[in-house]
Design a protein around this ligand. Sequence first.
Ligand code: 5GP
Ligand code: MN
Length: 324
Amino acid sequence: MIMNNDAVLDEVRRVLLENDDFVITAHVNPDSDAVGSCLAMGLSLKKLGTRVNVVLDKFHDKNSIIPGQELIWRDEAAAPAVSVFMALDCATPERVFDPFGLMKLAPVTVCIDHHISHDPFAGHVYLDSCASSTCELIYRLVSPMIELDSDIGSALYAGLLTDTGGFRHSCAGPETMRIASELIKLNIPFTDIYNELLERHSLAETHVMRAALKNLDLPRNGRAAFSFISSEEMADIGAEATDTDGISEYLLNIRGVEVSAFLYERFKGEVKASMRSLTANVSEMAKAFGGGGHKHAAGCTIRAPLTEAYAEMSRAVLSAIETA
Ligand code: 5GP
Ligand code: MN
């Protein structure tokens, strides 16, 4: 059943109450909403007295401020026991981080997501593309079931805060603010969470930004902003994939820019693209390259040399601007 209604929420609540051995995961390269929703869900299940493990792909160090890290499965050789497999913040099965292939083995699968590009793939699907974040959906799910504490509140706040760009984006409505207010009442360290997740950056990130700005192009009189970083530049800096976070947002924030795209060469022949827009639907653009995301923030992987990927991406973005 796929609906964002109370019947599906109740169905998922029954799954939480009637099972044990939960494995919770999110999309590959998890952001703070993915990490926050998994750890909040894990901590909530702990309160319900169930066995739970959170299986997460490598994430940015800043997310170590999110409580519940002790629930993360650290054994790369052996898989945790699974009765219920929960995929959070995942739009498609290909995006699910599942190194042990547990999704196929689990008797019960649950998916909770807010991506507009969601393609249903689990047994129980709770989807609301109008929600600010997956953390907002986890709040809806668990707040009537358990007493929230400061740790769960901090984990949920991390997703609300970051997926709304610091409560700025249009997806942050009155309900998001009401939930944030409820979380703040739990005495969460909201100033530290904000600083750590949205403001602070490492030296490597600063060097990546310098390289990105050196490679900046502003075609169509600055209505678009494109940049890239090659695998050689990444190696010279000693930067990792997560050090490229936030660059596409930075480019979109240049006055006059309507769409931005940042390309990062993972290795020769594979390029990750991040797109951001004020108006154009970049989710559709990303889908054309086999990716997806949200209307104003999307991404994809292009299997081509960097120069070719860059040319294809800029062509797609510029033609979207022309027709906007
Ligand atoms: P980012 O540009 O920050 O990596 O991702 C922006 C949004 O697009 C996120 O919601 C993310 O989940 C989604 N996204 C990024 N890369 C991909 C991809 O390769 N495939 C899909 N389906 N979504 C992606
Ligand atoms: Mn999200």
